[in-house]
Design a protein around this ligand. Structure first.
Ligand code: SF4
Length: 115
């Protein structure tokens, strides 16, 4: 199987081709080793950082921006978003505060301050 992948590691955005045969991935089109590593990761175990907002319970019409502390499997993003829709937080909130302790092996942390 062949996949076209655009490298997102740096602004150059190299267009790459990954040929997947069993467990092996051959990459072409990359300009540096980071691109090859990214393409292999995208084919074998794609992950994403999820960003979202969570409702602040004790502040009228207020949401706080949050993100996963580490990337999660790409296929789990909908589940992460569903979990975040169910929770609320209490102000004051500081950048880096944990709003959800463990989801797919990582934490959800605040990226905005609400005093
Ligand atoms: S392959 Fe290297 S040079 Fe090309 S976009 Fe990726 S990181 Fe940048």
């Amino acid at each position: 199987m062949e996949r076209k992948i655009t490298c997102i590691i740096c602004p150059r955005g190299c267009p790459m081709t990954a040929v997947i045969e069993g467990d092996s991935v051959r990459v072409s089109g990359h300009s540096c080793p980071k691109g090859e590593e990214y393409a292999i990761h995208e084919c074998k175990n794609p992950v994403r950082t999820v960003t979202a907002t969570v409702r602040v319970d004790n502040r009228r019409d207020t949401m706080v921006s949050v993100k996963t502390e580490n990337p999660v499997p790409k296929g789990s993003m909908q589940e992460v978003m569903a979990a975040l829709r169910k929770i609320t937080v209490q102000a004051p909130i500081h950048i880096g505060d944990v709003v959800l302790k463990d989801i797919f092996g990582t934490k959800i942390v605040a990226t905005k301050e609400i005093l």
